[in-house]
Design a protein around this ligand. Structure first.
Ligand code: PRX
Length: 651
């Protein structure tokens, strides 16, 4: 994070308490809940696991903690799909909207809990008829359409862990994830819509499947249809609608053990290889159900819109599992916020009378830049609560969101959490905690973060340090798929028995947490996690590149942008067309989110005597700061030359 941004955060003193009106109607408004959870966190989680969820069989032991492995609600039996669908479909909610979907071209669908119940059972039968069994991994590579949620829930119903891969990822990225998970089935679509263009999902899937051999069956949903044709491989590929025509209507939900795997979700770490974060059933469902209920204050009359794609953890926890488990009505929108115009989000809020909106700071900053005339065109008076997630929200963006979207009346919940944490960890409870622009405020009840220095000591008020979590919590990841060593190494080796988040933070005099960004080689581009090494590997994969170093640099809209320092091989010309080719190459290898914003050609990179690239110095150069300590460099003149060259090269 920029020094100027930290200064601004230190100076931020505005406080926004919730209105009496909000407090009066809130799901939880008694601050005693924090003390209750602190006194006995196991009892706290057990009480809510029992109240929030339907269990086929109750657990015998709440927690078994053998760091870094936790087991929660041991012996308990439940089903995530049953909790999200069946138990609502058995009540008056059968005819309540579960999903209100809008496609980018403007098509609309509403699925009630009764509809979901039918579709999910039919699709679960389709999966079974194709030989999918409990424990088999199913990869889902879909646009943001109701069938993505139906596919996830159907997998959960029969106990087949899903691995959703974001539809914006490339064929190579998809292949890596399929291979690592050894997925047996791939569920995809012919294509998806993005800014009026077709995303060729099936074509990417075909490319990916040429590189992998575990997938035996592909199910293709026809999202585009018409003249848009895709290749269907005889014996392997099946149309969703054809399989569904003959699928039986009922399929019982499999009673799953609390600790049975619900899903894998790949995320970037500080090495090039993405890691498969594992989430199990009982603890995860407890975490997402309770946080959705309290943080978003979900009620039956709400219309909840989480703008995330199901390809990310936010989509898993707060577009599918958390809100549906609460029986909420969720809006799902397939496309871009600026298509066909920059008021699309506000048109959707007005049209469906959205009451709770959960989105990312990068989107808010883009809206700010586009101007308030776009939200002003629409009636946003239905909104009563706003949320933010994915990266630190700067106070200016927070204030803009508060005023221009929330009309000054909606509390804002800035929610800090990670793919690994499964559910929201640091957040205001909107009726209890007064908010401060830019702060995620307090830990959720039953969550115990701390800020430590390198020696493991708690830092003082307003001092920066490493954010850690000192006690286990139900929705914590149970590990990395197939890589227990990396799990220990990444999260549990810095401090004994304490979860290391990889984020920096400070706590102010009121105990509020202020997140300061990543402290490792992970970069956060528009709220999406990427590793610098992943981008570097994609660059050196290009025939012209000898070596590359990638860093995250401050970006006005995206939070962080990507700058690449590249050494090219002899015989190639360092020109604009090569820069463009390299950017394109990365986008094609990983996905458009990883496209570098800047590429700089260099003859050398600053390295330590042991050969490690000094990224800190590259960041100083890229962000125009005075160079820090260069004494550990093998050849200090490299960095000086680079700085001079960089300052001369305008991107
Ligand atoms: O750096 C933190 C940032 O996003 C990282 C987690 O990324 P991911 O696993 O992709 O999950 C994103 C959605 C939960 C964190 O390590 N982050 C997430 N939310 C916030 C945040 N940083 C500051 N404030 C937040 N509210």
């Amino acid at each position: 994070m920029q020094p100027t941004a930290i200064d601004a955060l230190l100076q931020e003193t505005r406080v926004f308490p919730p209105s009496d009106e909000f407090v009066k109607r809130a799901n939880i408004s008694d601050p005693a809940v924090y003390d209750e959870a602190a006194r006995d966190f196991e009892a706290f989680w057990a009480k809510h696991a029992e109240q929030c969820l339907h269990w086929f069989e109750k657990w015998h032991t709440v927690l078994e903690w053998n760091p870094p492995y936790a087991k929660w609600f041991i012996g308990g039996k439940l089903n995530a799909c049953y909790n999200c669908v069946d138990r609502h479909a058995q009540t008056w909610r059968r005819n309540k909207a579960a999903l209100i979907w809008e496609g980018e071209p403007g098509d609309e669908r509403v699925l009630t809990y009764g509809d979901l119940h039918r579709e999910v059972q039919k699709f679960a039968n389709v999966l079974k008829s194709l030989g999918v069994q409990k424990g088999d991994r199913v990869c889902i590579y879909m646009p943001l359409i109701p069938e993505a949620a139906i596919a996830m829930l159907a997998c959960a119903r029969i106990g087949a862990p899903h691995s959703v891969v974001f539809g914006g990822f490339s064929a190579d990225a998809l292949a890596d994830r399929i291979r690592d998970a050894q997925a047996k089935v791939l569920i995809t679509a012919d294509g998806g819509w993005r800014r009026g263009a077709i995303v060729p999902l099936k074509r990417n899937a075909d490319d990916a499947l040429r590189q992998t051999d575990s997938v035996q069956t592909v199910i293709v949903y026809q999202r585009i249809g018409g003249d848009y044709t895709v290749n269907m491989q005889e014996g392997r590929d099946h149309w969703w609608h054809e399989l569904m025509q003959t699928a039986p209507l009922t399929c019982p939900a499999e009673p799953m053990d609390s600790e049975d795997l619900l899903y894998l979700l790949y995320t970037s770490g500080s090495t090039g290889k993405p890691k498969g974060i594992m989430h199990t059933t009982g603890g995860y469902m407890t975490g997402v159900t309770l946080t959705a209920k309290w943080v978003f204050d979900l009620k039956d009359e709400d219309v909840f819109w989480c703008t995330a794609d199901v390809g990310w953890v936010t989509g898993h926890s707060y577009l599918v599992y958390g809100p549906l488990s609460n029986g909420a009505t969720c809006v799902m929108y397939e496309g871009a916020p600026d298509y066909p115009d920059r008021d699309r989000f506000w048109a959707i809020v007005e049209k469906y009378r959205v009451t709770i909106l959960y989105t990312a700071p990068t989107a808010i900053r883009a809206f700010m830049k586009w101007g308030e005339q776009y939200p002003r065109k629409h009636d946003l008076s239905s909104l009563r609560l706003l949320g933010s997630v994915g990266e630190p929200i700067n106070p200016e963006a927070w204030m803009w969101y508060h005023e221009h979207i929330g009309g000054g009346r909606c509390p804002i919940v800035d929610t800090w959490w990670q793919t690994e944490t499964g559910a929201i960890m640091i957040t205001p409870l909107p009726s209890i905690v007064a908010t401060k622009p830019g702060s995620a405020t307090k830990p959720f009840p039953g969550i115990f973060p701390a800020i430590l220095n390198d020696k493991g000591e708690t830092v003082g008020t307003n001092q920066g340090g490493y954010l850690v979590i000192t006690r286990p919590w139900p929705s914590m990841t149970r590990g990395l798929w197939g890589d227990p060593e990396r799990f220990v190494q990444t999260y549990w080796s810095k401090y004994d028995g304490i979860y290391f988040t990889g984020d920096g933070a400070r706590q102010d005099e009121d105990g509020y947490f202020w997140l300061l960004g990543r402290v490792d080689d992970v970069i956060n581009v528009s709220g999406h996690r990427l590793s610098t090494m992943e981008v570097e590997s994609a660059l050196v994969d290009h025939h012209a590149v000898a070596e590359a170093a990638v860093i995250g640099v401050h970006h006005e809209i995206k939070g962080q942008g990507i700058a690449a320092f590249v050494i090219i091989k002899e015989g190639y010309t360092a020109d604009e067309s090569l820069k463009d080719a390299l950017k394109q190459h990365v986008a094609q290898k990983i996905g458009a989110i990883a496209r570098p914003d800047q590429v700089f050609f260099t003859a050398d990179l600053p390295k330590t005597r042991s050969g490690k690239i000094m990224r800190r110095l590259l960041r100083d150069i890229a962000e125009g700061r005075a160079l820090g300590d260069t004494t550990t460099l093998a050849d200090p003149s490299v960095v000086q030359a680079l700085k001079e060259k960089y300052e001369g090269q305008e991107e």
